[in-house]
Design a protein around this ligand. Structure first.
Ligand code: NAP
Length: 252
């Protein structure tokens, strides 16, 4: 991919929320390798700073569930770099609890980070892009926004991700004629901190592998490759799309 100018991100300013580790970190690295100036935004200050240092990226500490912190992050990126070309809204959490036992706090925590914060990010980074008349927003949804996972219970997570997919389509329609593309990526099971609990429980892990035609978890890099595509001009006719990267899980 790096040899094709269509995939070049030279001089583009790309932010990655939740870029301290996992899919966010792999994506930040891939964006950087394709020429972008990268800004990592994360609530995890220690890991976030380490990640940024490793990549030669900027780091902004923020809790994205607080819209004033998202607004400030947008302001400081524009102040330093003058623009935002790519916003990868990736930060998210999972909570596995039977729905009849799910507390208000657990439900709201998941919806706040996975859906409300994604809206705040789209709105604040989107405003900058609309002013520029150009930009690519990529939201990390999940195959859990399309199918309900088994065997682990996670209704708040699934509902939040379904919300991200339709939020993405809504914004894509609103902003398409103003130069801003909005797409989502929906991974299947990817080997990160988030999936560690499931991998340690053999009944969960076995089911995940059985239900995945490729018979394995994905690597963060395999999602990052799709991020580069959606960030670049190679995806110029994509908006409102939800790209499933799931080893075939949703094919069965
Ligand atoms: P991860 O390894 O758990 O990393 C998520 C990062 O987001 C962490 O650094 C976390 O900080 C940060 N974060 C959490 N809440 C935040 C907040 N309020 N403000 C700012 N940063 C916050 O996750 P991942 O597995 O790479 O997943 C990344 C995205 O892909 C998520 O949206 C996830 O739902 C989605 N996804 C993952 C999978 C999978 O199998 N891994 C599958 C489908 C979709 P802390 O360390 O403090 O928590």
């Amino acid at each position: 991919m790096p040899n094709s100018p269509l995939f070049s991100l030279d001089d583009r300013v790309a932010l990655v929320t939740g870029g301290a580790r996992g899919i966010g970190f792999a994506s930040a690295q891939a964006l950087k390798e394709h020429g972008a100036k990268v800004v990592i935004i994360d609530i995890n200050v220690e890991l976030g700073q380490q990640a940024a240092q490793k990549l030669g990226a900027d780091f902004i500490a923020a809790d994205l569930t607080k819209s004033d912190q998202v607004r400030q992050a947008a302001g400081s990126i524009v102040e330093k770099h003058g623009r935002i070309d790519v916003a990868l809204n990736n930060a998210g959490i999972a909570v596995n609890v039977p729905s009849e036992e799910c507390s208000d706090e657990d439900w709201l925590r998941v919806i706040n980070i996975n859906l409300n914060a994604v809206f705040f990010c789209c709105r604040e980074f989107g405003k900058v892009m609309l002013q520029q008349g150009r930009g690519s927003i990529i939201n990390l949804a999940s195959m859990s926004g399309v199918i309900s996972n088994t065997p682990q219970p996670q209704s708040a997570y699934n509902a939040s991700k379904a919300g991200v997919i339709l939020l993405t389509k809504s914004l894509a329609g609103e902003w398409a004629k103003r130069g801003v593309r909005v797409n989502s990526i929906s991974p299947g099971y990817i080997g990160t901190e988030m999936t560690k609990l499931g991998m340690s429980q053999s009944d969960w892990y076995q089911r995940w592998l059985e239900f995945t035609p490729m018979g394995r978890l994905g690597e963060p890099q395999e999602v990052a490759n799709v991020v580069v595509f959606l960030a670049s001009d190679a995806s110029s006719y994509f908006t409102g799309s939800n790209l499933l990267v799931d080893g075939g899980y949703t094919a069965w």
